[in-house]
Design a protein around this ligand. Structure first.
Ligand code: ATP
Length: 245
């Protein structure tokens, strides 16, 4: 819930990303305090992935600032990266690695001690239920297991901020239920920004909605405020995107 006393953990300040003269995002600003779970909504191509990649330091903004736990993602990159776990849209990209190798590799890349890596791998393998695929190449895994491996990777270094790009896309209903449960559980003591196309997801996991359309934030409020804009979530989505139903 929005609470003025909680520190700001995720901050976008006037973020703009230009591709030639096309603005993928245009002057995007928001602040997410500690402990909130925020659903990032918007139609295809609205700018969600672009915003998340800038926040996680994977893509430079053309202008504006992004901060995680108060650290600038560009000028204080290491401190910012240490605080965040990122689940990219299609899970881990290192398809030839096994989860065992991937998790150790990233633990080492983050400068974690060997004993801590072993302990954290054991913890995330259990939490994300990937023991049965631990030694299989990621390219051979189903989408559901790839997402879980991505989640294990994002949680390895115990970040207190999680940024997840469509964590439930392409999953079956059981997997969706499991992932939503995991997000709610993780959100008890973390700050989470997750993008989704699925409007029921908002109700299931989030405190707040940020809605982006054509690169601009067009709604920022509680789930209840979002719902109060129309007869149902689908209609609100149409209204905010200017689409006719
Ligand atoms: P989706 O829900 O489909 O994943 P999104 O909200 O995540 O969409 P982005 O992937 O951030 O949207 O894309 C925002 C806009 O920027 C789109 O119009 C996209 O085509 C454009 N875009 C993204 N990357 C590039 C690039 N490298 N070069 C040119 N345009 C790009």
């Amino acid at each position: 819930m929005v609470d003025g006393t909680n520190p700001i953990m995720i901050e976008a300040e006037g973020l703009t990303k230009l591709y030639r003269n096309f603005a993928a995002i245009d002057n995007v600003s928001f602040k997410i305090p500690k402990g909130q779970i925020v659903a990032f909504l918007g139609p295809n191509g609205a700018g969600k992935t672009t915003t998340m990649r800038i926040l996680t330091g994977f893509l430079p903004a053309t202008s504006g600032k992004a901060r995680l736990a108060g650290f600038d993602v560009t000028t204080q990159r290491l401190q910012a990266a240490a605080r965040v776990g990122y689940l990219p849209e299609n899970g881990p990209l290192y398809l030839d690695m096994t989860p065992r190798r991937l998790l150790r590799f990233f633990g080492e890349a983050r400068g974690m001690e060997s004993d801590r890596i072993a302990a954290r791998i054991e913890a995330v393998v259990k939490l994300c239920a990937i023991a049965e695929v631990f030694d299989k190449p990621i390219r051979k895994l189903s989408r559901g297991f790839r997402q879980r491996v991505g989640m294990a990777h994002a949680l390895l270094h115990e970040p207190d901020i999680l940024i997840m790009d469509e964590p439930t896309s392409g999953l079956d209903p059981n997997q969706i239920r499991d992932v939503r449960g995991a997000i709610r559980e993780l959100g008890r003591d973390r700050t989470i920004l997750l993008s989704t196309h699925i409007l029921q997801e908002v109700e299931a996991v989030a405190d707040r909605v940020l809605f982006i359309h054509a690169g601009k934030i067009v709604f920022d409020g509680t789930v209840r405020e979002f719902d109060s804009r129309g007869p149902n979530k689908d209609e609100v989505f149409h209204l905010l995107t200017g689409a006719r139903s």
